[in-house]
Design a protein around this ligand. Structure first.
Ligand code: M6R
Length: 606
């Protein structure tokens, strides 16, 4: 029931066309279909009698205004979701080499770009942007000896990271060379024309015959031929597939809603957040200051990441941490201390969080933004920024951005722990390895989605649902309840398990299901007691635990198990199960999942 192969998508959209039709027009149209992947800047390179590049900050419509009329030829295009370098015309793709002969568009992240750029600069190359991607075009220039394919093959030997490239050379018109490592790339097969794109929605209008390029493969695409090789140059044959999707299906990667697509993108989102983040020297400097306390401030789902961050940073960094809602912090009086204030916001534009950042500065506190949007207002307000790199999130309900905010908390906690000698380097290495395994852990929860759907169908008619958790899973109970209420309109409340008897038990009955998160940490026995309190009032309990727990099933009516990880990391797989539960309840109730009533993706008003 869930499409396969579509989950490994990420930020930025790239495309290319070679044939006898209007290459620029086709590329622009394809970019519009890819705009959901990013839209802070866009560009096109066209090879006719010469090579020309047109690009600008803003949406595709902006770019269209500066494009000349062209007919026929070969073109590549890019719509950007900034990861390195702010959104600007200079940082827009495609990039040109020093001689203006090679143009390249990239989707992914080049991890070793600092060292490559330094080396290329020493060799005399000049750079026009702040991006990681530009090093790739200079590498191709460096190795070009009359054959683009050979130059690309040599260049990618030096590149570490994730990429899908489309590359053209003024001396080889009619040819696009593509390479893929971990970032999506599909080739559309036409008659006397061929196309490339990050996903099929961009090219489906022109052809339904496609070949998916796989990791560590290259393609040389001309109007009448597509030749695929591995990175070593060995030829590879892939049978073309016929795509049955409608255009709309294709944009959502075959998923019914953006929310479920984004839930399935989480393994990749975590992977992107972890890439190279351990060497972030700015943040190291910030955390090495003599911190006496930390305050984490945010709204909505981001506040739940903040609250989870409190437990994570306290456990790993042994530093006092408080979490506060931005709308409360900005109007509080403030104490005498000067904590490090961490502001979490996926959009970086939430009005209350921006106001809280200004308030923190006014109080003389150092500030760190954790956001998903490069160049957002929050990054300009804060002293330092940690980017979560989840990729563009379209569904109003935050999913992959929340998970990557949690990962940010683990990474910051680990750095703190090392700085404050709360963690030994060996312990930090162990934790890092467990973080690196999280994409697989999350994938395994996604593989169990069908079981969660069945459970959702059983409880979809309930009008009130309570979620309980303790310690680091208390914020996850809050997040599970928020997900359910915002997309299914079911009244849902999250509570710390210990608070049940201080009020909520009064409304528990056989009509009030309780979702109880129970992991085998120091709170496990207490959670079992809370479950017992609910059982005594006839409330049905859905237990959420980990695979190594053979006891939980005895105390609950239904159970969802997720892969076992150390308890501090358990929010990651558990919240994915809760997202799936909320999604399927909302679907069973026929709700407008991607655009829930009364809500906006970004709240820019108080
Ligand atoms: O962009 P932000 O992270 O600052 O947004 C904060 C909240 O508006 C947001 O998390 C909201 O609660 C989501 N719709 C929850 O899914």
């Amino acid at each position: 029931m869930y499409p396969t192969g579509a989950q490994w998508s990420e930020m930025c959209g790239i495309t290319g066309y070679t044939g006898s039709k209007d290459a620029v027009g086709i590329v622009i149209e394809a970019l519009k279909r890819l705009e959901y992947r990013g839209y802070d800047s866009a560009g096109v390179a066209v090879v006719g009698k010469s090579l020309s590049v047109f690009k600008d900050q803003g949406q595709i419509a902006q770019l269209e205004r500066i494009l000349p009329e062209t007919h026929g030829g070969t073109a590549i295009g890019h719509t950007r979701w900034a990861t390195h370098g702010r959104p600007s015309k200079e940082n827009a793709h495609p990039f040109l080499d020093c001689k203006g002969q090679v143009a390249l568009a990239h989707n992914g992240i080049i991890e070793n770009f600092y060292s490559l750029r330094e080396q290329l600069r020493q060799e005399g190359h000049t750079f026009a942007s702040e991006t990681d991607s530009e090093v790739a075009v200079h590498l191709v220039e460096k190795f070009y000896k009359g054959n683009l394919e050979d130059a690309v093959r040599e260049a990618i030997k030096h590149i570490q990271g994730t990429y899908a490239f489309v590359i053209v050379h003024s001396g080889e018109p009619g040819k696009i060379v593509a390479a893929r490592n971990f970032s999506p790339m599909v080739i559309g097969l036409g008659s006397g024309e061929n196309l490339l794109a990050s996903d099929i929605s961009a090219i489906l209008k022109h052809t339904d015959k496609v070949i998916y390029l796989r990791d560590r493969e290259m393609a040389v695409v001309t109007p009448n031929a597509v030749r695929i090789t591995d990175f070593e140059g060995n030829e590879i044959r892939h049978e073309p597939q016929t795509i049955m999707w409608s255009m709309e299906d294709a944009e959502r990667g075959g998923f019914e809603h953006f929310m479920i697509k984004e839930i399935f993108e989480q393994p990749e989102a975590i992977h992107q957040t972890l890439l190279g983040r351990f060497d972030e020297s700015d943040i190291d400097r910030l955390l090495s200051q003599n911190l006496t306390s930390i305050k984490i401030v945010a709204c909505g789902t981001s506040y739940h990441a903040a609250l989870a961050g409190k437990y994570i940073l306290e456990e790993l960094g042994r530093v006092p941490v408080t979490a506060e809602l931005a709308s409360e912090y900005r109007y509080s009086r403030g104490g005498m201390d000067r904590p490090l204030v961490i502001l979490i916001s996926q959009s970086g534009e939430t009005a209350d969080t921006l106001a809280a950042a200004r308030e923190a500065k006014k109080r003389g506190c150092p500030t760190l933004a954790v956001t998903n949007y490069v160049g957002s207002s929050l990054t300009r307000e804060a002293d330092f920024t940690f980017y979560t790199r989840a990729g563009l999130e379209i569904g109003v309900a935050a999913t992959k951005t929340f998970l990557t905010q949690l990962v940010a908390m683990y990474l910051i906690g680990m750095k703190l722990g090392l700085q404050r000698n709360a963690l030994t380097p060996t312990q930090a290495d162990g934790l890092l390895n467990e973080l690196r395994a999280l994409p697989r852990v999350v994938q395994s929860v996604l593989d169990r989605a069908e079981a969660v759907r069945k459970l959702a169908a059983k409880y979809a008619a309930a009008d009130n649902v309570f979620y309980i958790g303790r310690y680091v899973n208390y914020p996850i109970a809050l997040e599970g309840a928020l997900k359910l209420k915002e997309i299914s309109y079911v009244h849902a409340e999250g509570y710390p398990g210990g608070e049940l008897k201080h009020g909520p038990l009064a409304v528990i009955s056989e009509k009030t299901p309780i979702v109880a998160i129970a992991v085998r940490d120091h709170t496990y026995e207490k959670m079992l007691s809370n479950i017992g309190e609910v059982n005594a009032r006839g409330g049905p309990v859905i237990g959420i635990g980990m695979d190594d727990d053979s006891d939980l099933g005895k105390y609950v009516d239904d159970i969802i198990l997720v892969p076992t990880v150390r308890p501090l990391l358990s929010p990651v797989p558990i919240v994915v199960a809760l997202q799936l539960l909320a999604y399927h309840v909302a679907k069973a109730r026929g709700c407008a999942i991607d655009k829930p009533r009364n809500l906006a993706k970004t709240v820019t008003v108080e």
